[in-house]
Each structure stands twice: as structure tokens, then as C-alpha cells.
Write a protein that binds this ligand. Sequence first.
Ligand SMILES: [Zn+2]
Ligand SMILES: [Zn+2]
Length: 270
Amino acid sequence: MVWDSSSKFQESWDAQIARAEHLARRNDASGELLTFYAKLLLAQKRVYEFLRSREGWLPSGILEDDLRVVRAMMPELLRAVETNGPAALVEQAQILLRSPDEEIDRMLLEQWRQPADVQFFAKAFLQPYARWLADSGGQPVDRIFERVESRCPFCGGLPQVSLLQTKEPAAESGGRNLICSTCLTVWPFRRVVCAHCGEERPAKLGYFHTPEYDHVRIEACDACKHYIKGVDLTRLGLAVPLVDEVAAAALDVWAHEHGYTKIELNLVGL
Ligand SMILES: [Zn+2]
Ligand SMILES: [Zn+2]
């Protein structure tokens, strides 16, 4: 975990991979998911490193122009899924590996302009691009989005996971942050507010967790019936929010059974 001067944090790819591998070894119900997720994170890291290490090139933030460079890494990510993914994704990866560049470009541009959490390949591939765009000081030029508190201030993406930490006890947000599902930027968010509709009445906001995952909870809203998972780093400092969110898959089952819709599905489709 890296803290910069503004007290934001961002997990390194390596920290995420190591955490996914560690949790996969526990061999519980989410073991298979996490084994795949670790391989996917490794493929994403390679995309990121490829972009970052490219001499004399920085992303323009206009994806249509950047694809010239970026698309070269798509086959690698597809092959990683083909080798390690669940059957349904393997088949899709094989189809995409045979698709012409124009088709892949169209898929990526559509996802960039109108993100959808069910577009697994486009979402997984664009995360390292968007993260490098943010890390390298660029701006998402051709992405039009609403500037609202519950959306990523950098790219307008929906929050993937909420996290609580105490590094900045005086922070206005009470130490709560959201992590963007598109560019993985972390931004502060008020503690007792729905991350989807902005509901503030405590009676409408519910929290649920099971003893199995003491540091992960469902943060549900009865006004809009949406939920997000929250990872409490004050309870488990070793947790890596994006990964622990995936590992606590059992909580998604609970939320769906109780009629809640997730704000943004994670990369393993839960
Ligand atoms: Zn973002
Ligand atoms: Zn709500």
C-alpha cells in the first residue's frame, strides 16, 4: 500500500496479486475465483507495465488515438483468460482472439464512453490503461461523465468497493474512501451515505457481515436497493480492498437473496 502526501492510497499490482494468491490458498468456496483473479491481475499488470515503460509515449486520454499503442496488449490478456478462466470466458476469449482489430477497438471505445460492468474483457483491459492515464498525469479527454460525488472524480467511473481506514482521522469523510471500477483511483466519500443514490438517513442504510469475513461488510441502501461492499482496514490492515471484495463472494449471494443490486459488478462477475 502506498500513501502519498494527500493521504490517498493505491495498491500496487504486486500487492493485489500476492493477496489474491494468498487468499486462493485458503481453499474455501472462493478459491477457484481467486486463482483466476490472480492470473488476471498479472495480465493487467503486464498491460500497465507495457504502457508505462514505453519510451517517448504518454497516453493522450483520447482512447481512439491511444488504441494504436494500447491494443497491442489485448491478445496477451485474452490468452491469460483463455488459459486460466472459467469456461464461459474461455470461449469468449477465443472468439475475441480471432476478431479483427476494428471489432476489438469498437468494443473498447464503447466501454470507455459508456462503461458497463458486464463487459468483462473491455473492463479488465481498460483498467490498467485508465490507471496509467491517471498516474501519468493525463485526463480522460473523450469520456463524458457527470461530476457527482458518487462517481470517480478522475474518470466518472462507478465505485467498485468502499474502504475504511484511520490514517487520516480528521478527514471530513471519516476515513471512508471509494475505489473506482474503471481507473482504480481512490477518492474520499462521506461515511454514512449511500454510494449510489446519496441517501443519508441512517434508517435507510444497512450494514451486514458474517463472522467469516469480519473486515468485509455489505453496505446496503433501502432507498435505491443498491449495495457496495466495504472493506474495513482498521479491522484487518493486511486486506487489499479490491481483492478481499472478490474473496467475500458469499456476501454477494446474501445481498442478491435480499433483493439488492450491486452498484458495479467486480471482475469475476459478482
Ligand atoms: Zn476513475
Ligand atoms: Zn441508495
